[in-house]
Design a protein around this ligand. Structure first.
Ligand SMILES: [Zn+2]
Length: 560
């Protein structure tokens, strides 16, 4: 199921009644299992979305501040939009978790997540939806509203319903599901003295007035996905605060001719940033010239960058321009600038200072207009201390340093990145690898990625190759032949107890013996994994290798 079509809870025998129908709520453990605590990372995940625990006192304090700072109207609207944002995002979970289940069950993910989040217990009274025609009506009873409780704690009672954030959640969630603006309103509220809160949802335009409800965000239907993301160039993926901070700096400096120094660990995507910086600049129509200083021998780097005159040295039979001349009027990206030899550094300094240089073996000064982007994964100040880098050049390069965070510092971006890399893999290869298992997603969220985005990209590609069409990538594929992860998630059971999910180191085949202390199923899983790898994902071959039938093999592949 990739989207909803129609679902319904009939008939409205209970409409107006004081209880809803809780018997239709599916077992919630498929959702509760998706809350994972990662205390060693200081993170909690609901599926692939990062969440935090707020206690009610914090919400009460925030509510009071909002009302005092903004006044009631804007405070309500802010609360509504907060809930709306959360509801919209969590609609994605519904389609994923209960794909293949009846659509009503999938829809009930929203109300059940609302309960699981500890905000309110939802009892459906009636639900009737048809996405095609846009028809929607539902009535739900809310018990134990956290928001009503916090409002009463702030202000005592209220003459109007007060559960705006929760109403926003219901509206955002349902709008995303229905792919059109659905507005919920609270017709009874505990804060007004009613025994329960009660909400009704309809298409926004079917409400008779909008005077007292001007809260629905102007962009009524934030698409499932991220709007900031939509404005980024292809390949630039990220919505985490650290990443957006770097992206903001890039957007600010792009229109200028300022030299930019991109810093960050290896694999963080400095070349992607350099490309984006060029593409966002007024020079975008011209090509971006890119030179990896580490890839050119020290004896040739001068000639490569600045060109050479005929006869400058043995073998220089022709005069030819270097990269600076080629990039005149455009942008030149010098990667791994820290490896540049000292005499080339001196020439580079001169170009930056007054835009002039001479070819190797020449005396004519040439003037160019080049926007320079440099990148380094070493600490240039350290290199200066070691005498390998000129301090005056560092000062010139360091006008606008821009540090790209490591993937560890932007784990929120892992889910969109893995989706992107997998979609690109499928598109390029014509394969149909179907997403990720829960254990794969968990493992990725915990991995430290010393090689950053590049490591993640390679990992997804390798795993996708090992995975069969229409099957999801599993943790075993991701960490094939590698030691990984000794960290744990804590996952709540429905009972409330926490179980520990451990991603243990994958033993190398050599250790796969009786003395390794492995369970039989673990040895089997390793054998299956090794056989699949050895046969490049060919199930029949791998099955023969292990003395299994093809269907026995498929069963073992599925059963992870
Ligand atoms: Zn209420």
């Amino acid at each position: 199921m990739t989207r909803f079509t129609s679902f319904s809870l009939r008939e409205n025998a209970n409409a107006g009644a004081s209880t809803g129908d809780t018997s239709i709520l599916p077992d919630i453990s498929d959702l509760s299992r998706r809350i994972r605590f990662s205390p060693h990372e200081g993170q909690i995940w609901l599926d692939d979305q990062r969440v935090v625990i707020l206690n009610l006192e914090a919400l009460i304090a925030m509510r009071r501040e909002l009302f005092e700072a903004l006044g009631p109207g804007k405070a309500r609207a802010s609360l509504f939009r907060m809930g709306y944002a959360a509801g919209t995002r969590e609609a994605i979970i519904a389609l994923k978790v209960r794909a293949g289940k009846p659509q009503l069950d999938a829809f009930l993910v929203g109300p059940q997540l609302h309960s699981l989040r500890g905000e309110v217990f939802v009892e459906p009274v009636s639900i009737d939806a048809d996405v095609e025609s846009g028809q929607y009506y539902s009535e739900l009873i809310w018990r134990n509203s956290a928001e009503a409780e916090s409002h009463v704690a702030c202000f005592g009672g209220s003459s109007d319903p007060v559960c705006w954030m929760q109403i926003g959640y219901a509206s955002g969630y349902t709008s995303a599901v229905m792919e059109r603006p659905i507005e919920f309103r609270e017709v009874e509220c505990v804060a007004c003295g009613d025994p329960t809160c009660r909400i009704v949802g309809k298409p926004a335009e079917e409400w008779p007035d909008t005077a007292n409800m001007v809260m629905t965000p102007h962009v009524v239907l934030p698409p499932v996905g991220d709007r900031i993301q939509d404005r980024m160039p292809v390949g630039v993926i990220g919505t985490s605060p650290g990443f957006l901070g770097a992206w903001y700096l890039l957007k600010r400096v792009a229109p200028m001719t300022t030299t930019v120094l991109l810093q960050g660990e290896t694999g963080v995507g400095k070349e992607v940033f350099a490309r984006a910086l060029h593409d966002e600049s007024p020079r975008a129509a011209k090509p971006l010239y890119s030179v990896n200083c580490a890839a050119i021998p020290e004896s040739l780097i001068d000639a490569e960058l600045f060109g050479v005159e005929r006869g400058a040295y043995t073998g220089a039979n022709h005069s030819r321009p270097g990269w600076f001349e080629a990039a005149d009027g455009s942008t030149l990206f010098l990667d791994e600038i820290g490896t540049l030899a000292l005499n080339a550094q001196a020439k580079l300094l001169r170009v930056i200072q007054d835009g002039q240089f001479a070819r190797v073996g020449g005396t004519t000064m040439r003037k160019v207009d080049v926007r320079l982007i440099c990148a380094t994964n070493v600490d240039l100040e350290d290199e200066v201390r070691r005498g390998n880098f000129r301090l005056d050049l560092l000062h010139r390069l360091n006008v606008f340093p821009l540090t790209i965070p490591s993937l560890r510092e932007r784990r929120d971006d892992i889910p969109p990145l893995i989706q992107y890399f997998l979609a690109r893999f499928n598109q390029r290869t014509g394969r149909r690898v179907a997403g990720f298992t829960q254990s794969a997603a968990d493992a990725l969220l915990l991995h430290d990625f010393p090689g950053n985005v590049r490591e993640l990209e390679n990992m997804i590609e390798r795993a996708a190759i090992l995975t069969l069409d229409d099957e999801p990538i599993d943790a075993l594929h991701l960490f094939h032949g590698k030691n990984y992860l000794k960290k744990t998630f804590l996952t709540p059971l429905t009972s409330g107890a926490l179980i520990e999910q451990e991603f243990r180191e994958q033993p190398e085949p050599a250790q796969t013996s009786l003395t390794s202390g492995l369970h039989l199923w673990e040895i089997e899983a390793i054998a299956v994994r090794e056989a699949m790898a050895a046969c490049h994902g060919n199930v029949s071959k791998a099955a023969r290798k292990l003395g299994l039938t093809r269907s026995q093999m498929r069963y073992r592949l599925r059963d992870k």
